[in-house]
Design a protein around this ligand. Structure first.
Ligand SMILES: [Zn+2]
Length: 196
């Protein structure tokens, strides 16, 4: 039986490539294929630098002085704020000593973890969110809004979110949303860790 990759319910609707969960609201591709991100030839776009600057400004205003940037691309946000990045793609990682191939190589704690345009690529987002709790007490997340045309079309996108769904995913992953807002194309959220 098909169940939701976030909340596990079997109340799933939709008969196309994309399904929607009747409980947590996430939309997910089924079946899905994950590209080999090690081998993908990355496109380095000027919009990514603009995005990193925008994120750095926001995070620094909120007292963030070091990040663990999970899925950091070529590490622009890390270069601006400080901290370390994790990136699967060899080309994007390049010879930047601040970027590691996996979380296993990361030591220490940071003032904020970052997952920018990452969650929509991950088959088990809850597991990833729970794991990132070991590294920082805050988390900044950005995903394409489900209404944006790229959300369901871009290669490798297997999850799509509105604010309700993103808030639910974050809570299942152990994070409480402190601020959540929508830009023209994205949803952004700043979270604190839920401690039980
Ligand atoms: Zn669900």
């Amino acid at each position: 039986m098909l169940t939701c990759p976030v909340c596990g319910t079997s109340r799933i609707y939709g008969d196309g490539k994309w399904k929607i969960c009747g409980q947590c609201g996430i939309e997910f591709r089924h079946p899905y294929e994950i590209p080999d991100y090690h081998a993908t030839k990355p496109k380095i776009k000027s919009k990514h630098l603009k995005r990193a600057r925008r994120q750095a400004e926001y995070l620094q205003e909120h007292g963030v002085d070091s990040v663990l940037d999970f899925g950091c691309g070529c590490g622009r946000l890390v270069d601006i704020i400080g901290g370390v990045g994790v990136e699967l793609n060899d080309v994007l990682r390049g010879d930047n000593d601040s970027i590691h191939e996996g979380l296993g190589d990361v030591e220490g704690r940071f003032s904020c973890a970052v997952m920018s345009h990452v969650l929509e690529h991950i088959p088990d987002p809850v597991e990833a969110l729970l794991r990132i709790r070991d590294y920082a007490p805050m988390l900044y997340v950005e995903v394409p809004h489900v209404d944006n045309s790229s959300a369901k079309c871009a290669p490798g996108h297997i999850l799509a979110f509105d604010k309700f769904a993103l808030t639910n995913v974050l809570e299942y992953g152990g994070w409480k949303v402190e601020e959540i807002w929508r830009t023209q194309k994205e949803i952004c959220a700043l979270c604190s860790m839920i401690t039980r």
